[in-house]
Design a protein around this ligand. Structure first.
Ligand code: J2J
Length: 539
């Protein structure tokens, strides 16, 4: 699962090891060691269920051995789609124990994304929760089988329909598990939001990811006494690694699984379980703040609220400490690697006004103008980065790699940032056409492609519009063929494409045509800017 472009060159790898970032730890060893050190300590809390480190480790190892007995082989990829349930951890650590490579899908993903991810990864099995928020995921995955000839097994946590295997029934002898993997090998694939096409696979190694967990734990003050609540989906990189549930498990701490991010559910759980830290996207943070304004919640255990995934405006950031009685931490990260945090000892105006600074002294940050030259200090520019936990390439995607990485291995994040003299970054926007709706990343191009599949759509342009509640919303401009479709028809059509619901545009406008320049040429980027300006002028 690696090609040469995806690995760090030997000199950098040697430096990262020499500086103690890469220590040769692996995910299967991590859980096994913690379970040996403190078997009875609670690892996971879900409703009334409590799973100790020993119980999680035993279950994962038995499941892993059972997966191998089904014919899966170390190195095989398995797609995992589950919500905030213990089965997610059993499946992921079961895969780790067996040397299988999980690929994480988000709960919102539907047929189109799953087909793409499973196909791209050549997944040999899909492990899926039966239902998430009333949607029948098991049936959806069963419906993919005919199109994925390499797929050997569909494994369902919960009620398993005919043609699938019940995850609970899969067990094997842990003595058959393979030796621990090479720490520099790929542990799993995260997925990218991206600005073009469907999600790309982000191969993360044991060494690099575990370094980001250790670094995050240190910055966030996570130790064995911490209680981390996974409020956002557990498969998201923020919830997984910044420091997330993996960071908490690395530290031997307790992970509380929040079934829904709503304030009434979350506040109660924080109180009941003594949660010390959790992370939210800005729109949810606003919901919590508004709820707290109406009825001040007593959350004495909560010391740190992390907000990230999209820009958290200073006005909102300033409300966190007074209303929730805890410190705010801004987190600006990406599944490709680089994560920035504001620090506990940063002055208030840095915490409310910036998106933090990198984890590692070896995170290299470049801020360049569009011609590729460094901008004068303090001027906004394109953020490029490379370092001990930032990937060097996507899995099996030469054209994306050519676009997204420089020759010397810097990742072009697509973010426009400004750097303060203190090294803190302020995110100013995106250079490319990605819509950050509610922290969910939508590629304008992907939605345009979907819309162009409608027979009455001649051309489509999708733009992001600032939105007080969602951060950004998506507006689609449609140049129709006659008879023109109505926005409602197009919305129905999009829903019928079986894609994540967040990709259905919030607004659809039918237009006569799109602006072109005197020579009849205009870049889509310019066009998007013109259309966005039109909407903003009306508002
Ligand atoms: C503005 N934009 C932000 C922020 C991410 C921790 C936290 C978040 C993610 C994540 C993550 C932002 N302000 N505070 O993986 O480990 C936008 C940027 C970035 C993109 C990455 C983590 N925090 N963003 O959101 O892979 O545009 O990761 O490039 O989903 O989200 O999205 P994603």
């Amino acid at each position: 699962m690696t090609d040469p472009i995806q690995t760090w060159p030997a000199d950098l790898a040697a430096r990262y090891r020499a500086r103690g970032y890469w220590r040769g730890e692996t995910f299967p060893a991590m859980l096994r060691d913690r379970a040996a050190a403190h078997p009875d300590r609670v690892a996971l809390v879900a409703g009334d269920a409590r799973l100790s480190y020993a119980a999680l480790n035993d279950r994962a190892r038995s499941l892993g051995a059972g997966l191998l007995a089904l014919g899966l082989r170390p190195g095989d990829r398995v797609l995992i789609q589950m919500g905030n349930v213990p089965a997610f951890f059993e499946a992921v650590f079961g895969a780790f124990a067996a040397g299988l490579i999980p690929v994480y899908a988000l709960p919102a993903h539907r047929r189109t994304e799953l087909l793409h991810l499973a196909g791209k990864a050549a997944a040999r099995a899909i492990l899926v929760q039966d239902r998430i928020e009333r949607f029948d995921h098991a049936a959806m995955v069963l419906g993919l089988r005919g199109e994925l000839p390499g797929l050997a097994h569909i494994i369902v946590a919960g009620t398993a329909p005919e043609g699938t295997l019940a995850m609970d029934s899969i067990a094997g002898d842990a003595a058959t598990l393979p030796a621990d993997p090479d720490p520099q090998s790929v542990a799993f694939c995260q997925i990218s939001g991206g600005s073009t096409g469907l999600p790309k696979l982000i191969p993360r190694t044991h060494d690099d990811y575990i370094y980001s967990l250790r670094g995050s734990n240190e910055i966030c003050g996570i130790d064995a006494e911490s209680v981390y609540m996974a409020t956002l989906p557990v498969a998201h990189n923020f919830t997984m690694s910044s420091p997330g549930h993996f960071g908490a498990l690395y530290a031997g701490a307790r992970v509380v699984l929040c079934p829904a991010p709503l304030p009434q559910v979350a506040f109660e759980l924080i109180r009941r379980e003594g949660v010390t830290i959790t992370g939210l996207v800005p729109p949810l943070a606003l919901l919590w703040l508004d709820a707290a304004e109406k009825t001040p919640p007593a959350l004495p255990s909560l010391t740190l609220l992390q907000v990230g995934g999209a820009k958290f405006l200073p006005e909102s950031a300033r409300r966190v400490a007074p209303l929730l009685g805890c410190r705010l931490q801004q987190v600006f990260g990406m599944a490709e690697g680089l994560v920035n945090y504001t620090r506990n000892d940063d002055p208030d105006e840095i915490v409310t006004g910036t998106q933090g600074r990198p984890i590692s002294p070896d995170d290299e940050v470049l801020i360049l103008d569009d011609a590729g030259a460094p901008v004068p200090e303090g001027t906004p520019g394109n953020l490029l980065t490379r370092g001990p936990y930032t990937i060097r390439g996507y899995h099996d995607d030469a054209s994306a790699n050519a676009r997204s990485f420089t020759e010397d291995g810097f990742y072009r994040t697509g973010d426009i940032v400004q750097r303060l003299p203190s090294g803190h970054l302020v995110v100013m926007g995106r250079a490319n056409d990605q819509i950050n709706r509610n922290g969910e990343k939508i590629s304008a191009e992907e939605v345009e492609d979907l819309l162009l599949g409608h027979p009455q759509v001649f051309d489509a342009v999708v733009v992001s519009i600032p939105d007080a509640r969602l951060g950004e919303r998506a507006c689609a401009f449609i140049q129709p063929r006659e008879p023109a479709p109505t926005p409602a028809e197009l919305r129905r059509y999009m829903r019928g494409r079986e894609v994540a619901a967040f990709k259905v545009p919030d607004e659809i406008r039918i237009v006569d045509g799109f602006a072109t320049t005197a020579v009849g040429k205009i870049s889509r980027r310019q066009l998007r800017e013109i259309l966005r300006a039109d909407v903003l002028a009306e508002e």
